[in-house]
Design a binder for this molecule. Sequence first.
Ligand code: NAP
Length: 451
Amino acid sequence: MAVSDHVDLPTFMEGVKKRNPYQPEFVQAVQEVAEDIFEFMQDKEEYHSQQILRRIAEPDRVVSFRVCWEDDKGNIRVQRGWRVQNNNAIGPYKGGIRFHPSVTESVLKFLAFEQTFKNALTGLPMGGGKGGSNFNPKGKSVREIMRFCQSFMTELYRHIGADVDVPAGDIGVGGREIGFMFGQYKRITNNFTGVLTGKGLEWGGSLIRTEATGYGAVYFLANMLATKGEDLTGKTAVISGSGNVATHAAEKIVQLGGKVLTLSDSGGYIHDPDGIDQEKIDWVKTHKTHRRGRIEEYVEAFPKASFHAGKTPWGVPCDVALPCATQNELLGDDARMLIANGCKAVAEGANMPTDLDGVHVFKAAKILYAPGKASNAGGVAVSGLEMSQNSERRSWKEEELQQMLKDIMAGIHKSCLAYGDQGGGYIDYVKGANIAGFKKVADAMLAFGVV
Ligand code: NAP
């Protein structure tokens, strides 16, 4: 065997930066993982000599394509679409599709890289991928969205398959968009197969898929609190976002006896000191998802609440915080403010919502802090269960799936403890998740040789 070229972390990251210019989100995601993995690999020659981390940080492929569609006025519009297939060492590529104007190749590469570790943590056989477009669904008619989804799938269909790559929803892609894309896939291929997850219940979808990410994040939070002998009863929660993940996280917090104080969108946040109960959460779901409204209108419906334009909610004192909107929405100063105000636990519903500075602040303060790849894995876990149900041509009952979701989140928590327990009552969940996810993928890659 050749003598391995042991580079140190700064040299490794220099290489990542050089090979991925203008891709700050991707570099950030690799850095966060590499910080832990380099320490773990110190005495593991095989991972070094086989360049495993270098290989995981180079996507298997990035497909980029043009998406043309016609708007309601007859104008021809041109968007860019991507599918990033990061790694399929342990199963078919799996990861959501995001439609948002902020989507770039860097954002999708970071998400596909993170997804690789997250999917490994679930214990299910799924590799990591992610896709999307810079298409902005806001303000578009349903027919425009349908035409866009059809055009997007007209190219994407040749890169995916039930045993190849199975996309799901993400920001801007919910059940309706999955329906439009599945319809087009079926029309082109004449094949009714589990090629997408997040499908409608009538056509191959799974119960609790919609709720799974938010519910799973709160189950994970409850597992973390339990290590300190605590639960969510009477705890105040600050949540960002008001989409799928945020509203279902809020719902589960309320079910477990907590009090939700905030929700947000890209316009700002609302603070409701009385608590956002189930009735108010239902209002938000209808208002944001079905009416495509703005969160600021919450204060008209519930006048005791206040709206804070252009701000994030991290200054509101709370016991627990769940960032559930988007990447880099919780910065170093926000993390310091949360800690100063007595926040005990943070569970990420979104992907990489905390920037590197914030991660370092949480780690230094030794609070309970779960990275998204661990705490928001409930969604992809139930997607994995949807794939199993599709393969078996059967549907599991809701209670069975709820229990499986709980068990999977408890299993991820246990994996984090295995590699993240630092002694003295401190668990480094970032390190635990990174190492547990990496080890599973890395060991599979070793088995395949140099491919
Ligand atoms: P969603 O239903 O589209 O909701 C996204 C929410 O985030 C909306 O409230 C949106 O506000 C807000 N938001 C988006 N960009 C923002 C920005 N730049 N600044 C502030 N707020 C912003 O999406 P989702 O499915 O809940 O996904 C939220 C996060 O969870 C993402 O990071 C996603 O990758 C992650 N995630 C989702 C799943 C899943 O199963 N859906 C699974 C794992 C992880 P506007 O309405 O103003 O845009």
